[in-house]
Design a protein around this ligand. Structure first.
Ligand code: HEC
Length: 323
């Protein structure tokens, strides 16, 4: 299970990197001569020209996905949807997201549509499938060359077609840094004078947290789950520690696919309720799971206390809430 190591490396690398690393940038002149202008299909079933319609003159963030993936790749899309949120209304105007399937045979436009709506992606984000040969040719040009689906990398490609600047990055990088990296692909933005960003590293928080589960949650669970703010890609985890046994939670967090394979009724019911995306197997151990469960329990308690009514001396109706 190579990707377990890769996730660990991605997390460590993301924690270490604070400023864009110039040595990573491999400015290449990838223009229309390099990027194929093949006809492809979007998640809406529309046929478009890959270069002319999706790349030309745009700043793009390209990821490589397949919707049946059960390991960490849904996390890539989830992290990118957080990036989309942070880039705000620039997305669809100057900055565009492209998710290329690496499994064009199975990933039909309908399937991509279902997947994209699970992440509630906006109109500036195109999911691309098409003729398997053509899709392969395009992915190959971006360095996505794995023969085996599960080996495809969780790498993203960032580029500005207008300036011909292209670079690789990771969706697991610190989000604030990714925002800066993407924005600095725009020469106008780069040349502006602006005060230094103060909290460049705040998204990382790995070493600073006193709640051991908190940093982990923020990094790899929050892209898909909230605690008390509603369903995201997966269910709201508020009160989950009251709904479920700790041992079940620990087992599920460590390996949801295993519980599904064992036909665990709760895991099956969840999969039916959230059909578009599977909770990934994230390579977490028992201690990580225990920390996460403690954090979920603590947050649930904290939210309850925040919402408990203040003690009122002369409460009418007799429904005083202090015990
Ligand atoms: C890529 C999105 C994604 C990521 C990342 C993710 N989950 Fe999930 N999670 C889901 C989905 C979708 C479900 C619904 C069940 C399923 O599909 O297996 C789920 C279900 C759950 C459940 C069961 C909830 C219930 O109501 O019983 C728990 C607990 C959970 N996730 C915890 C976590 C924790 C902890 C992390 C981080 C270590 C995490 N998840 C990361 C998508 C995700």
């Amino acid at each position: 299970m190579r990707w377990i190591g890769m996730l660990a490396i991605a997390l460590l690398a993301a924690a270490a990197v604070v400023a864009p690393d110039a040595s990573q940038a491999q400015s290449r002149q990838w223009g229309e001569d390099y990027i194929p202008n093949l006809a492809v299909k979007t998640q809406h079933g529309k046929t478009v020209r890959f270069y002319d319609d999706l790349i030309k003159d745009k700043i793009v963030i390209i990821s490589f996905i397949y919707t049946s993936c059960t390991d960490i790749c849904p996390l890539t899309t989830a992290r990118l949807s957080q990036l989309e949120e942070r880039l705000g209304d620039l997305v669809g105007r100057e900055i565009f997201f492209i998710s290329m399937t690496v499994d064009p045979k199975r990933d039909t436009p309908e399937r991509l549509q279902q997947f994209s709506s699970a992440f509630t992606t906006g109109p500036g984000w195109t999911f691309v499938t098409g003729d398997p040969e053509d899709i392969r040719a395009i992915n190959y040009k971006f360095g996505e060359r794995s023969e085996i689906l599960s080996e495809h990398r969780n790498q993203i490609v960032l580029g500005n077609d207008a300036t011909g600047e292209w670079q690789r990055d990771s969706a697991f990088s610190d989000l604030n840094r990714l925002v800066m990296t993407v924005r600095s692909l725009d020469p106008k933005w780069r040349d502006q004078v602006r005060p230094p960003a103060v909290d460049l590293g705040s998204d990382t928080g790995l070493a600073m947290s006193d709640q051991p589960g908190q940093a982990l949650f923020k990094k790899i669970c929050a892209p898909c789950h909230t605690i008390g703010v509603g369903d995201r890609v997966g269910p709201d985890l508020r009160d989950v520690t009251a709904r479920r046994e700790r041992s079940w939670l620990s087992a599920f967090i460590q390996n949801p696919a295993k519980l599904r394979a064992l036909r665990d009724p709760a895991a099956i019911a969840l999969a039916e309720k959230y059909p578009a995306v599977r909770m990934p197997v994230l390579g977490l151990g028992q201690q990580d799971a225990a920390d996460l469960v403690s954090y979920l329990a603590a947050e649930t308690t904290r939210l309850r206390e925040d919402q408990a009514p203040m003690p009122v001396k002369h409460q009418k109706g007799g429904h005083a809430h202090h015990h």
